[in-house]
Design a protein around this ligand. Structure first.
Ligand code: SF4
Ligand code: SF4
Length: 350
């Protein structure tokens, strides 16, 4: 494809193109820590009182996300929380966001399916559903998940490795994998029966988690599940490997290719430390002059890096780069940006 063809395909050239993998900025947005469920093992809803959650209307969001598109082109927004779908006017906002960006929602799937289908069209949206057995039964949940997955919204199921829920994993995992759907296991972090997890997983539970993390036919899923277990469970115990998690002073692309948006709309490089502040604040999302970092910067965090997908420059690229693959936008495809990056690098050499 020559540059003129490429420009036509891209429609708009960004002011600040991202010329390094994964070529697309990823936002992790804890839109609020409010939730309509109250799972006994939940570690996040209590964080709601830490933030003054900021609500904006769809017009304001359109202005903000158009500006981000003009600066960086199509980005990927990963909503988490809390339950993102209970944010006021979430569905119209989501429909708007998908015009120029791609989205993944971590959701307990409690939203009304008809209202969702009315406002949100397939293309560029994936669903990371988390199944919480204290608030819904598996069959109801699975029916909804299957419907979404097979009607244009690629969906996966995440399941917290809460000790009393571990034994159901083989059955649920098989049900999903029989349909070639992903089942992700999230090792539990928190307290159960007076013990602190993940350190307190016993040998049997640990074997179960490790086994589940590697027994899928899909190698990409095995890789992802194993990295979670390795990062959260195994390295906790081993001092030598734990030291490899300290990245202080090393170049990292978080803040350039990734940023964390908090419920009060402050933006930080990553989630390290209280409200991500130790990693470095980048500003406020509603500020018209808000900008990401232009280059990789040294890590300023002097303790364990919390991210198993950390974008360390010159280190483990072969491991972390594939983990940032996301759904493509129907119009603004990542391959165009990859091509454009190649062109810009060649021009730079000249
Ligand atoms: S659904 Fe998720 S955010 Fe909501 S209470 Fe349960 S674990 Fe917490
Ligand atoms: S703590 Fe990890 S993810 Fe955050 S800036 Fe440092 S190396 Fe990057």
């Amino acid at each position: 494809m020559n540059i003129e063809e490429l420009k036509q395909k891209m429609k708009v050239l960004p002011k600040h193109p991202r010329i390094y993998p994964p070529y697309k900025i990823h936002w992790n947005w804890d839109i609020s820590f409010k939730c309509n469920y109250k799972c006994s093992y939940c570690e996040v809803v209590r964080r709601d009182e830490e933030f003054n959650t900021q609500i904006a209307d769809t017009d304001k969001w359109r202005e903000v996300w158009n500006r981000i598109f003009d600066n960086y082109w199509c980005t990927h927004v990963r909503f988490s929380g809390g339950e993102p779908t209970i944010y006021p006017n979430f569905l119209p906002f989501l429909g708007m966001l998908l015009e120029k960006h791609t989205v993944d929602i971590t959701t307990n799937l409690s939203f009304d399916l008809n209202k969702f289908l009315d406002k949100v069209k397939p293309g560029g949206l994936s669903i990371s559903a988390s199944f919480h057995p204290e608030f819904t039964d598996f069959e109801t949940f699975f029916e909804k998940l299957k419907y979404l997955h097979f009607h244009g919204f690629p969906s996966t199921l995440s399941y917290v490795g809460y000790p009393p829920h571990l034994d159901k994993i083989p059955e649920y995992k098989k049900r999903l994998e029989d349909l070639q759907m992903y089942f992700k296991i999230i090792p539990f972090i928190g307290n159960y029966k007076g013990k602190k997890y993940p350190e307190a997983y016993d040998a049997r539970e640990r074997r179960l988690l490790e086994g589940f993390a590697t027994d899928s036919k899909d190698e990409h899923l095995n890789d992802m599940n194993s990295r979670w277990v390795e990062w959260r469970v195994e390295k906790e115990e081993n001092k030598e490997t734990r030291d490899t998690k300290i990245k202080l002073g090393k170049l990292c692309r978080m803040g350039q290719m990734y940023a964390k948006i908090h419920p009060d709309l402050t933006v930080t490089r990553c989630c390290a430390g209280y409200h991500g502040q130790q990693s470095g604040s980048l500003g406020h999302l509603l500020d018209p002059n808000f900008k990401l970092l232009d280059d990789a910067q040294p890590c300023s965090v002097d303790y364990d890096c919390p991210c198993f997908k950390g974008m360390f420059v010159g280190e483990e690229e072969d491991k972390w780069e594939p983990l940032w693959e996301s759904l493509d936008h129907p119009i603004y495809k990542v391959e165009y940006m990859r091509e454009y990056a190649k062109y810009l690098k060649e021009q730079g050499k000249k």
